[in-house]
Ligand binder design. Structure first.
Ligand SMILES: C[S@@+](CC[C@H](N)C(=O)[O-])C[C@H]1O[C@@H](n2cnc3c(N)ncnc32)[C@H](O)[C@@H]1O
Length: 239
């Protein structure tokens, strides 16, 4: 994802660090035990902000490896939950008017809501999560890695699918959307070749499908769809 360099992303990350977790912290990070869903490559957070409000009976982890990007997602989430806003003079302004600039705001647990952010690479997920702990894994508009020799970096490469299977509970879902036809065909083949998954939904034009009304758009999806590009989607369930 190409982005203009965000100034002071470290300072901005630390103000909302209470919404960020590392490694095994997902077990104690939420105020209640609920089914746990993971979005890999959350980008600027439109999808996770909307889904976590629409389906509040789950806990969500938004994973993103680029810190300048995940900080935007965390700030978007915080504003959408009435936790304040960026201050015009820098820092994060909490609802009581306190500005946190470079220091962490210890956000009360009951205000943090049902989303936490993880600034790391998805190659680490099996070291982070316990087997069978996830209800759903989402990968939206992930990088296509179309150059020769990089297919193993695709989030739908057979090695990634094996990781998801290990972490999903029985009946758990893997949901994938992309504009990229080559990546979609590769992903479809990978899922169909994986005996642990049962393919439950395929569309090469999601916005004209029976799921269109329930679909939550990501930033990339809105952009592609405005250009008239069809959105491909698949869903698979762990057997
Ligand atoms: C093309 S953008 C799509 C962003 C968002 N999901 C959307 O649909 O608008 C892909 C995002 O996934 C992140 N990403 C790609 N591979 C990743 C990985 N292995 N682990 C974590 N994040 C990753 C990138 O940094 C980028 O922000």
């Amino acid at each position: 994802m190409r982005m203009r360099k965000k100034r002071r992303s470290g300072e901005r990350l630390s103000a909302l660090s209470a919404l960020f977790i590392n490694d095994g912290q997902y077990k104690t990070a939420f105020d209640a035990e609920r089914p746990l869903r993971l979005e890999i490559g959350c980008g600027k957070g439109d999808f996770i902000c909307a889904l976590s409000k629409k389906e509040p009976d789950c806990n969500y982890i938004a994973m993103e490896r680029v810190d300048d990007v995940i900080v935007v997602a965390a700030e978007k989430y915080a504003s959408s939950r009435d936790l304040g806003a960026l201050d015009h003079h820098g820092g994060w302004r909490a609802p009581d008017g306190t500005v946190y600039k470079g220091e962490a705001w210890d956000i009360p647990m009951d205000m943090r809501g049902n989303v936490r952010f993880m600034n790391c690479d998805a190659t680490q997920i099996c070291e982070i999560f316990e087997e069978g702990c996830l209800d759903t894994v989402y990968a939206n508009f992930s990088d296509p890695w179309t150059k020769n020799g990089y297919a193993n970096r695709r989030l739908t490469h057979p090695e990634f699918l094996k990781r998801y299977l290990r972490l999903l509970k029985a009946g758990g879902r893997f949901c994938f959307k992309t504009d990229n036809v080559e990546l979609f065909e590769f992903s479809l083949e990978s899922v169909q070749a994986e005996p642990g998954f049962c393919l439950t939904f395929v569309s090469r034009d999601l916005h004209s499908s029976e799921r269109a009304a329930d679909n939550i758009m990501t930033e990339y999806e809105r952009n592609f769809s405005q250009q008239g590009i069809s959105i491909n989607c698949l869903e698979a369930v762990k057997k």
